[in-house]
Design a protein around this ligand. Structure first.
Ligand code: S3P
Length: 176
């Protein structure tokens, strides 16, 4: 298993955009657990939720994450927002490299996800759901994070620069 860089945080925090930019800057491959679920199943996330339910999605998500962290090539990995709810996934994330939490206020998340298209958990009302999920997940993200970046007023490029500035020199443990 390689020493990866893992991005965690809520839906709308910017994990995908920042992850792609960061992978480019570091010359690393990029992995995204949602995209890997789609590739493995041939279905979109909303399709899996609708046809098989959330539990089936979570099982695929765990498999995708396990595959991503086990790769031998150091990667930037975006970890889907809800994956940390499963303690096994949490351990996998923590043991796989440097963990960066893209922390955002619920109102920022709500603004960014808009109507929540493509994210089935938000079908019932994005702003309220995000606030509720954020309350539950915040301590989990906090416990896993080696580095935390408050992204509310930052562009994706600024977030990338902030992460790069906080990364430990390679070969050392996580910085602060
Ligand atoms: C979810 C986050 C989504 C996706 C699914 C459920 C969650 O991924 O896995 O809609 O429970 O937070 P992103 O965090 O990449 O949006």
């Amino acid at each position: 298993m390689a020493d990866h860089l893992l991005l965690i945080g809520m839906m709308g925090a910017g994990k995908t955009t920042v992850g792609q930019l960061l992978a480019e800057r570091l010359g690393r491959q990029y992995r995204d657990s949602d995209r890997q679920v789609q590739e493995a199943t041939g279905k979109t996330v909303p399709q899996i939720f609708a046809e098989e339910g959330e539990a089936a999605f979570r099982a695929e998500e765990a498999k995708a994450l396990a595959r991503a962290v086990e790769e031998d090539t150091p990667s930037v990995i975006s970890v889907a927002g809800g994956a940390v709810l499963d303690p096994d996934n949490g351990r996998r994330v923590q043991g796989a490299g440097t963990v960066v939490w893209l922390r955002a206020r619920p109102d920022t998340l709500a603004r960014r996800v808009g109507r929540g298209w493509g994210r089935p958990l938000l079908d019932a009302g994005p702003a309220e759901t995000l606030a509720r999920l954020d309350e539950v997940r915040r301590p989990l993200y906090q416990a896993l994070a080696d580095i935390t970046v408050d992204v509310d007023s930052m562009t994706p490029s600024e977030v990338v620069e902030a992460i790069l500035a906080l990364l430990p020199p390679s070969g050392e443990g996580p910085g602060q």
